[in-house]
Design a binder for this molecule. Structure first.
Ligand code: F6P
Length: 366
């Protein structure tokens, strides 16, 4: 009997998801195996009526042709799809979270699926680990534009997001200079400031604010004032959405709801107001938001995604379940899922990129 492999994509999308799916499907077919895609995280199993019997679909070479360079995911995804905390509407209209993970295990048995390749960030991979604990054979593939997963040097999608953010910062430079304005650019990164750090340094921002280094608004203002006084009458501040002042909290646009995390956001607008008031310079804010998750993956991310997909099939071949593929240059290797999820990968505040930024005069507001 050929091996029957299930694959799904969970959480926020990231450029390169389709390339992973393609590599998994082609490498599995090469082994004489079959691949089945679960739609919208676990929605295809837990909400079957929504999919007209097409919640779990066979993926062939035909289904994955021409998708390596395409953003998004042909399987769909969801960041409200935790089977252990599945939001269910009650007769009185309220929503409560119920654990439906046993239904996934049963569905795998019913559909004769041998294992799951779960492509996701910390949330989706924690779900995969929970299913592993319930007896499912799982392999994880790390994905997030935030690059905050432990035990892998990088996740695919991250550098594409950095490219998008750097391009935006480059473009803001000319209009900032023309109008003698300060711009505050908000980029993604709830707990880790990787996108802000990389795009801020590459785009030569004046101030970079990341969750790992709480800022003092007085320091941010002092840096901007010093620039204007020196005759450079414009400034760029790049802030991760999770940036927070010393002793303070990050900004949120929405509190957590059942099955969902709190939504970060609002830091750029808040900072722009403070800078305008305290510094007396014209200030504007820009939230890059989901633009960072969209579009074609850059070649590095395509390659990484294809490598991760092929490596996952090698792990299936070796029977190395309960592990995650990880980038450990020059190779891709396997690490236990538990190790990868033990702690998030945060920016090293004494690391080389932070030191580089400081050396070229970029302030972290500390
Ligand atoms: O993928 C992670 C992330 O990009 C976070 O940085 C961001 O806060 C979140 O996703 C937003 O996701 P959504 O708006 O889809 O809930």
């Amino acid at each position: 009997m050929p091996m029957r492999i299930a694959i799904n994509t969970g959480g926020g999308d990231a450029p390169g998801l389709n390339a992973v799916i393609r590599a998994v499907v082609l490498a599995a077919i090469n082994e004489g195996w079959e691949v089945y895609g679960i739609r919208d995280g676990f929605g295809g199993i837990l909400d079957p009526e929504k999919y007209n019997g097409q919640g779990v679909v066979r993926l062939t070479a035909e289904s994955v042709k021409g998708i390596t360079h395409v953003g998004g995911t042909i399987l769909g995804t969801s960041n409200r799809g935790n089977p252990m905390r599945w939001p269910q509407r009650q007769p009185d209209g309220t929503i409560v979270e119920v654990d439906r993970s046993d239904e996934i295990i049963k569905a795998f048995r019913r559909l004769k699926l041998d294992c799951l390749i779960a492509i996701g960030g910390d949330g989706s991979l924690s779900i995969a680990r929970h299913l592993r604990d319930k007896g499912l054979q799982v392999i994880g593939i790390p994905k997030t534009i935030d690059n905050d997963l432990g035990s892998t040097l990088m996740t695919f999608g991250f550098l594409t997001a950095v490219e998008t953010a750097t391009d935006a910062i480059d473009k803001l430079h000319s209009t900032a200079e023309a109008h003698k304005r300060t711009f505050v650019v908000e980029v993604m990164g709830r707990h880790a400031g990787w996108i802000a750090l990389f795009s801020g340094v590459a785009g030569t921002a004046d101030v970079i604010l990341i969750p790992e280094i709480p800022y003092r608004i007085e320091k941010v203002v002092a840096k901007i004032r010093e620039r204007y006084e020196r005759g450079r009458e414009f400034a760029i501040v790049v802030a991760a959405e999770g940036a927070k002042p010393v002793g303070g909290e990050p900004s949120f646009v929405e509190a957590a709801r059942p099955g969902q995390e709190a939504r970060y956001g609002g830091i750029a607008e808040k900072l722009a107001r403070q800078i305008a008031e305290m510094c007396g310079v014209e200030t504007r804010s820009l939230v890059l938001g989901h633009l960072q998750r969209g579009g074609q993956p850059i070649s590095y991310d395509r390659l990484l995604a294809l490598r991760f997909g092929a490596a996952a099939i090698e792990l299936v071949k070796r029977g190395d379940f309960g592990s995650m593929v990880s980038l450990d240059p020059p190779d891709v290797r396997a690490v236990p899922l538990g190790e990868a999820l033990a702690r998030p990968k945060l920016v090293d505040v004494n690391g080389d990129v932070v030191r580089t930024a400081r050396a070229i005069g970029i302030s972290f507001g500390d």
